[in-house]
Design a protein around this ligand. Structure first.
Ligand SMILES: *[C@@H]1O[C@H](CO)[C@@H](O)[C@H](O)[C@H]1NC(C)=O
Ligand SMILES: *[C@@H]1O[C@H](CO)[C@@H](O)[C@H](O)[C@H]1NC(C)=O
Ligand SMILES: *[C@@H]1O[C@H](CO)[C@@H](O)[C@H](O)[C@H]1NC(C)=O
Length: 355
């Protein structure tokens, strides 16, 4: 009897948690299409464009070909690559960047990326979260971008026990960055528990060669991370918590939580409009479909823009919504002048004219 009661309590507990989890993550939401803009697909990117970073001159890096456990890949046998496009063009021509010696291109599996520009000489450092196949560990690769040679010169690989399940990074110096860990458990079989039990155990870590520490925690699944234009705030996504969190950044690199803005969808990577400071994200309206891919009922895409996040009257705009008939699994949306590029975890890339 006691055992049965116990079992009942346990099942009740799990049932409740699963309900909360599915509600919170909108796992099964269906989406109404909404597409006000003039958009077209980018030729030559069919295997994902998980993260995109736009330089001030309109050149953009795209990480493509991500292989992620339990997630669909349209190019499972090809290593990942970093593509370069020029957003000043009306039609984009993605070009793969050559990787220099010092990094194994055949196991390269790029995820989040970020750029640090040395203002004194204009050097562009590209930081890439790399999960080399087949082990799928988390390394941060730092490259120097050689624009003339269309090459990424590998400078160093960073590994650290606190950087165990890195999703995204934001570079804040030539060798320092903030990183989000999207999981707490190392073991793939325990990871689903984080979701079902609603554990808020993922975090943000600050890394520099002399100082590595957790700077915030308590997120269900920390994902995209970005810095405000004035460099005073860090924004980090809680994917299954459906929020974009705002943190104040101190001179000692510590973070203080300011607020969590509910975006009612599973936001992924973040970009900050260099002019308005608005925050853009590609989101997963139905995350369940990402992890349980079906050709006949694919995951949808959603682009969110948050305006005035530092005021009490922020506005969450839904800029683009599609049920997967055009693009599946949007993970990033970056504005440049009157254009918007929308990337996906494993699918195509959309390029839109904003009016
Ligand atoms: C960093 O600075 C903040 C604000 O001045 C302070 O509250 C915090 O204790 C400092 N943290 C560390 C680790 O020094
Ligand atoms: C995704 O996040 C990284 C880290 O914050 C950032 O550098 C990159 O620009 C983001 N992607 C886009 C499209 O903004
Ligand atoms: C998605 O939307 C398109 C057109 O808006 C429609 O033809 C298609 O049946 C929808 N697909 C699914 C899986 O609902």
């Amino acid at each position: 009897m006691l055992t049965l009661t116990f079992l009942g309590v346990v099942l009740g507990f799990f049932g409740e948690r699963v309900l909360q989890y599915t509600h919170r993550t909108g796992l099964f939401k269906e989406v109404e299409p909404f597409n006000p803009h003039n958009c077209h697909l980018v030729k030559g990117i069919d295997g994902g464009s998980e993260d995109i970073h736009v330089l001030p001159n309109g050149l953009a890096f795209i990480s493509s070909g991500l292989k992620y456990p339990k997630i669909k890949s349209f190019a499972p046998d090809r290593p990942g690559e970093i593509l370069l496009v020029d957003l000043n063009d009306d039609v984009l021509h993605p070009e793969p960047l050559q990787l220099s010696e010092g990094i194994d291109a055949s196991s390269f599996n790029p995820h989040g990326l970020s750029v640090y520009i040395d203002e004194s000489d204009g050097t562009v450092y590209l930081f890439v979260v790399n999960h080399p196949m087949p082990d799928f560990k988390s390394f941060i690769e730092i490259f120097k971008f050689d624009e003339k040679q269309k090459t990424l010169l590998h400078l160093k690989t960073i590994k650290h026990p606190l950087l165990k399940s890195v999703n995204d990074i934001v570079a804040v110096g030539p060798e320092s960055f903030y990183a989000t860990n999207d999981h707490y458990f190392d073991s793939a079989s325990l990871r689903p528990l984080e979701g079902y039990l609603g554990l808020k155990w993922t975090n943000v870590v600050y890394y520099s060669p002399r100082d590595v520490r957790e700077v915030t925690s308590g997120l269900y699944s920390a994902n995209g991370i970005a810095i405000s234009n004035d460099k005073k705030f860090i924004y980090a996504v809680d994917l299954t918590g459906h929020t974009i969190n705002v943190y104040e950044k101190h001179a000692n690199w510590s973070l203080t939580f300011i607020k969590a803005v509910d975006v009612d969808t599973s936001a992924d990577n973040l970009s900050v409009d260099p002019v308005t400071g608005d925050i853009w994200t590609g989101a997963h309206p139905n995350l369940y479909k990402i992890f349980n891919y079906k050709d006949e009922d694919p995951p949808g895409s959603e682009v969110i823009r948050v305006q005035d996040i530092h005021t009490d009257h922020w506005i969450v705009h839904r800029v683009y919504v599609n049920n997967g008939s055009v693009i599946q699994g949007s993970s990033v949306a970056s504005p440049y002048k009157k254009k918007l590029i929308i990337g996906t975890v494993f699918h195509k890339t959309l390029y839109c004219q904003l009016d």
